[in-house]
Design a binder for this molecule. Structure first.
Ligand SMILES: Nc1ncnc2c1ncn2[C@@H]1O[C@H](COP(=O)(O)OP(=O)(O)OP(=O)(O)O)[C@@H](O)[C@H]1O
Length: 286
């Protein structure tokens, strides 16, 4: 066991081995394969970006990892829950409103703690810490109805922190947010990751990636890539397309520019993902 903040974590990885999730229609018994032979590992403290087109199986993977697969789904293969422990874990969804029950962030986190049966003597400190880590202290008593989309996402995040979830999962949590709110949530979660919590960040936004990030790509229920950002954008050889091209996605402009420069023979490793990184790499050539 290893201590991260006040959470005691088993150091075993969460391991999904050759897992298939099959939805079974209750009346007809008809089966649809949502995930097909997926193998996926995550260690305490990791940061993993999960990407894929609509319907590729991202939410199904998240539900499998968090223990929220419905009764109508059948699982084949194995899931070793490791540091995540037994029982379902909370996560932040695209539309957090559905999960927020309190009138204010403070009240919402409090209700969550009471529902989990946390001892009264411990509630105050956990509540305060969760609101602080989610950067909500200054608006903890504001009405939820008056909060921005990002602040609502942070309220849902505070609930996960208060529940001491050792793995924070955000399922396209920033897809509906404006750039400012997105930045707010992304920064808070990156900070929590630096404090030792594992994070799975499901996104469509390639510009949210950082050079060291691990990218897991789902396509039609299968993991077709699990590796660094570079390998996602790079053509594996002259004949084959990159994973990014295979998905039909457009790399951010700065990445396209860097790839052109690489093709011209300029050394750009790691691949710059922001204009600042590209400018720094180019200025080092002088
Ligand atoms: N319980 C279910 N029964 C039947 N089909 C389902 C069920 N749950 C999901 N699906 C289908 O499985 C596929 C994968 O769904 P999933 O929600 O995991 O994809 P996703 O990658 O999260 O998509 P999006 O980006 O649109 O949220 C979709 O085609 C979806 O319609």
């Amino acid at each position: 066991m290893e201590e991260v903040g006040e959470i005691l974590l088993s150091t075993d990885d969460l391991r999904v081995e050759q897992a298939s999730v099959i939805a079974v229609e209750p009346l007809s018994g008809k089966e649809i394969t949502l995930l097909n032979g997926v193998t996926f590992h995550i260690a305490p403290g990791d940061w993993v970006q999960v990407v894929g087109a609509n319907g590729s199986g991202k939410s199904t993977l998240i539900k499998l990892l968090t223990g929220h697969l419905g009764m109508t789904c059948r699982l084949e293969g194995t899931v070793h829950r490791g540091f995540v422990g037994e029982g379902p874990i909370p996560y932040v969804m695209q539309h957090p409103e559905a999960a927020i029950v309190g009138a204010t962030p403070w009240e919402d986190v409090l209700i969550g703690l009471e529902q989990q049966g946390v001892q009264e003597a411990l509630i105050g400190a956990r509540l305060e810490k969760a609101l602080q880590l989610a950067r909500l202290e200054h608006i903890q008593h504001r009405q939820v109805t008056s909060l921005s989309g990002g602040q609502k996402q942070l309220t849902a995040l505070a609930g996960c922190i208060a529940a001491e979830a050792p793995l924070l999962i955000l399922d396209e949590a920033t897809s509906m947010l404006d750039p400012e709110s997105r930045e707010l949530v992304l920064k808070a979660v990156r900070h929590l990751n630096q404090l030792g919590r594992a994070v799975i960040w499901v996104t469509h936004r390639l510009e949210e990636w950082e050079a060291e990030d691990r990218i897991v790509v789902l396509d039609e229920g299968e993991i077709i890539y699990d590796g660094h950002v570079d390998g996602f954008y790079e053509q594996p050889n002259e004949k084959d397309k990159s994973i990014c091209e295979r998905l039909g996605w457009q790399p951010p402009y700065v990445v396209e520019t860097a790839l052109h420069l690489r093709a011209l023979g300029y050394a750009l490793t790691p691949l710059p993902l922001t204009t600042e990184e590209l400018a720094r790499a180019v200025s080092a050539w002088r």
